[in-house]
Design a protein around this ligand. Structure first.
Ligand SMILES: NC(=O)C1=CN([C@@H]2O[C@H](COP(=O)(O)OP(=O)(O)OC[C@H]3O[C@@H](n4cnc5c(N)ncnc54)[C@H](O)[C@@H]3O)[C@@H](O)[C@H]2O)C=CC1
Ligand SMILES: CC(=O)C(=O)O
Length: 315
């Protein structure tokens, strides 16, 4: 039988619908199911998407009941409350934990072979909860993590340096949230280490400029939510990128959130570090050669996330 690429998106809100749109344009999915407790919303989104069918590669689209999630390859979880202006992602933990507890297992029962990709915030805490609840191996439960933040970082650096974002390589690590950190020591532009690139460039930007750019990245969601109520385009593209890496077995390096099992000296917490991603999910965790200060910040970020896990799970 021909291999299908079936994706179920749980939650047809801003993020779920935009992710569906990005996936539809990419043509990576042979079947796309939108599942939402607000069935009318899911049906409306599917109708709207389906009317674009003549402009994109063929994808079977449907607003799903539970049974329609059967044999999904990827379950993307976007259901839940979003931040209001002034709220942090971690402020959503109680509400969204309850939604994950209620909604994830019935869908997984329909698709026990699926990979789970969490997007709902706080994404690192909920990736951990999803892993615990599901009983799946850690390789198969991922969070979108700092794939979005790393993209924002590359954008900000590319703009500042006047270089195509695709030639800027750098990672945001740790929490997808306020305690995240920039791995400045591993940033490269066109294969040149950032410190060497700066010496040759001669703009003379110091530490202060770097801190300003990092704040821009870390606080981007607050700024967008203040301006237009929610973020969804870039995250939709980030999720599409992760799905492509999985379904095409690309072995791409992406800063997804996943369970640490001793890497970077961390255990029993989900957070983002560069991982090799392919059809089986997380294939490998890469250990960057971080500076002492970066290591300390990563430890701090892990401690912040761990403090939001249920007490029985804390080490
Ligand atoms: N990880 C990331 O990079 C990002 C994460 N987010 C997060 O994604 C989540 C969703 O955000 P939006 O789409 O803007 O919110 P939204 O309010 O537009 O949509 C949420 C949807 O979830 C549905 N829902 C609620 N409970 C459900 C259940 N039990 N089963 C199925 N559907 C259910 C609602 O009916 C609604 O349609 C939020 O937690 C937000 O913080 C948003 C942007 C980026
Ligand atoms: C809302 C959110 O998590 C983001 O845009 O980064």
């Amino acid at each position: 039988m021909e291999k299908t690429n079936k994706i179920v998106i749980v939650g047809a809100g801003n993020v779920g619908a935009t992710t569906a749109y990005a996936l539809l344009i990419s043509g990576i999915a042979s079947e796309l199911v939108l599942y939402d407790i607000n069935r009318q919303k899911a049906e409306g989104e599917i109708m709207d998407l389906a009317h674009g069918a003549s402009f994109v590669p063929p994808t079977r689209l449907r607003a799903g009941y539970l049974a329609d999630c059967r044999e999904a390859d990827i379950i993307i979880f976007t259901a839940g409350a979003a931040q209001q202006p002034g709220e942090t992602r971690l402020d959503l933990v109680d509400k969204n934990t309850r939604i994950v507890e209620k909604a994830l297992l019935p869908i997984l029962e329909q698709a026990p072979e699926a990979l789970v990709l969490m997007v709902t915030n706080p994404v690192d805490v909920l990736t951990y909860q999803a892993w615990k609840l599901s009983g799946l191996s850690p390789e198969r439960v991922l969070g979108s993590g700092t794939v979005l933040d790393s993209a924002r970082f590359r954008h900000v650096l590319g703009q500042h340096c006047g270089v195509d974002v695709r030639n800027v390589h750098g990672y945001i690590l740790g929490e997808h949230g306020d305690s995240e950190l920039a791995a400045w020591s591993s940033v490269h532009i066109g294969g040149i280490r950032l410190d060497d690139y700066c010496l040759a460039c001669g703009q003379g930007c110091g530490q202060e400029k770097r801190e300003e750019m990092f704040r821009q990245v870390r606080d981007a969601a607050y700024q967008i939510i203040q301006a237009k109520g929610a973020t969804y385009y870039a995250v939709g593209l980030a999720v599409r990128r992760i799905c492509e890496a999985i379904l095409r077995d690309e072995h791409s390096i992406l800063t997804v959130s996943s369970l640490m099992q001793g890497e970077y000296g961390l255990r029993d917490v989900c957070l983002s570090v560069p991982c090799v991603i392919g059809r089986q999910g997380r294939i490998k965790v890469l250990e960057l050669n971080l500076t002492a200060e970066e290591k300390e910040k990563l430890q701090h970020s892990a401690a912040v996330i761990a403090s939001y896990l249920p007490a029985t799970d804390r080490k």
